[in-house]
Write a protein that binds this ligand. Structure first.
Ligand code: ATP
Length: 263
């Protein structure tokens, strides 16, 4: 089966007054349908830059120096090329750390889901919007979708808000979801539930998930493969058990050694 997402030799630089600063250096990464790939590494290693490069959400001073991002065979990012607006929010869904960044505090959940559906699904009717909105909240294992649809984000618990944010990301049935530190702000119990939800969604819907986290324990629970980043490079990549149980690189060993409960 061919890859859903292929990142190939991707190098990204930021233009600063002092000159060009490399943010990503020759990064290769692949995600297949039904696969969860974790991107781990210390703060500043380039995880968010990598995640954002896939959906064209890079800062204005940042450019692609070489390499490419291909989605289901379609090149979407290359030097001087940015076709991400065709896939962002439709073929690729995004969930960020803080649900408040994905959700509009001034709109009821119903309106937000309807807005995303109308933007991306041509000629969708009002009953179809309602049906799909309820369906996606049920997929998020939300037991009372009617109440949640009629709520503003602040009326929901943190865990529910993050479920709604994930619902917003998958309501258009994307092939790929990018989650950047999306469980970091949650308490451990809620985090565990959200991680279990992601596994179910990936298995049920056959989507690919790029899961950015600094938390190796979480990555080991959820991911099929792991890419370890350091200073803008992927220093080690492979099957989760291989990378975390038999790391080949000193950098990965040091990351694991820093977790008190790991050994
Ligand atoms: N637009 C920019 N201009 C200059 N430097 C940038 C820019 N964007 C990111 N950087 C730098 O690139 C490096 C990688 O940042 P990035 O946010 O991708 O790392 P990260 O691994 O996601 O870190 P964290 O876990 O703290 O979010 C950091 O040193 C950051 O300061």
């Amino acid at each position: 089966m061919s890859a859903l997402l292929t990142i190939s030799g991707l190098s990204i630089t930021a233009r600063l007054a002092t000159g060009d600063l490399p943010l990503l250096d020759d990064v290769d990464l692949e995600i297949r349908r039904g696969q969860i790939v974790g991107v781990v590494g210390e703060s500043g290693s380039g995880k968010t830059t990598l995640a954002r490069s896939v959906v064209g959400l890079l800062d204005r001073n940042v450019r692609v120096a070489s390499g490419s991002v291909t989605l289901a065979g379609d090149p979407v990012v290359a030097p001087g090329v940015d076709r991400t607006d065709r896939v962002r929010g439709s073929a690729v869904g995004m969930v960020f750390q803080d649900a408040s960044r994905s959700l509009n505090p001034l709109m009821k959940v119903r309106t937000q889901l309807a807005e995303v559906l109308r933007r991306h699904v041509r000629d969708i009717t009002r009953p179809e919007v309602e049906r799909r909105s309820v369906e996606v909240l049920e997929q998020m294992r939300i037991s009372d979708p009617a109440r949640v649809l009629d709520s503003y984000p602040h009326q929901l618990s943190g865990g529910l808000r993050q479920r709604v944010a994930i619902g917003l990301a998958v309501v258009t049935r994307p092939a790929l979801v990018i989650a950047d530190e999306c469980t970091t702000a949650l308490d451990v119990t809620t985090q565990t539930k959200v991680v279990a939800l992601f596994r179910t969604l990936v298995d049920e819907l056959g989507i690919g998930l790029l899961f950015v986290t600094h938390d190796l324990m979480l990555a080991s629970d959820l991911c099929d493969r792991i890419a370890v980043m350091s200073a803008g490079r992927v220093v080690e990549e492979g099957d989760v058990t291989q990378v975390l149980d038999r790391p080949q690189q000193d950098y990965t060993r040091r990351l694991l050694a820093a977790i008190p409960s790991w050994n």
